[in-house]
Design a protein around this ligand. Structure first.
Ligand code: DQA
Length: 146
């Protein structure tokens, strides 16, 4: 079964308590558990990892090569700043879907720029936790076209 690595970046460990008016009430554990259930219905395995550290996220992307078939990444604020994370994704040549809970294009101008989008198959934003499930659907379609 193809396997997908779901990476969450800084401050996403605080989901549920962090600005619920922006990010909702679901915790990261809730999201990861619904991803695991949904992935099974799509014929995918998932592994989930969250880190507040840019280098750890980069290491996780490097380690995904040869182990996972695709990446789903919500890089939090590193989305808007990290050329290094963008380069890591480009280096491993795995399909990556970018996810954001909030609609970053309807927020502050500094959130409108995403380095990760340049190396993403596509970006899903504004749908809250459902965006991760949409990303899994997109990944299943890409990895196992009917
Ligand atoms: C976010 C949007 C980012 O701008 C922000 O820094 C986050 C979360 C989202 O999921 O909406 O930490 O990636």
């Amino acid at each position: 079964m193809p396997s997908v690595l779901i990476l969450n970046g800084p401050n996403l460990n605080l989901l549920g308590q962090r600005q619920p008016e922006v990010y909702g009430r679901a915790t990261l554990a809730d999201i990861e558990s619904s991803c695991t259930s949904h992935a099974a219905t799509c014929g995918l395995d998932v592994s989930c990892l969250q880190s507040n550290h840019e280098g750890d996220l980069i290491d996780a992307v490097h380690s995904a090569k040869g182990v996972h078939s695709g990446l789903i990444i919500n890089a939090g604020a590193y989305t808007h700043t990290s050329i290094a994370l963008m380069d890591a994704v480009a280096s491993v040549e795995l399909p990556m879907v970018e996810v954001h809970l909030s609609n970053i294009h309807a927020r502050e101008p500094f959130r409108h720029v995403s380095y990760l989008s340049k190396v993403a198959v596509g970006q899903i934003c504004g749908f809250g936790p459902q965006g991760y499930l949409m990303a899994l659907d997109a990944m299943a379609e890409r990895l196992m076209p009917s």
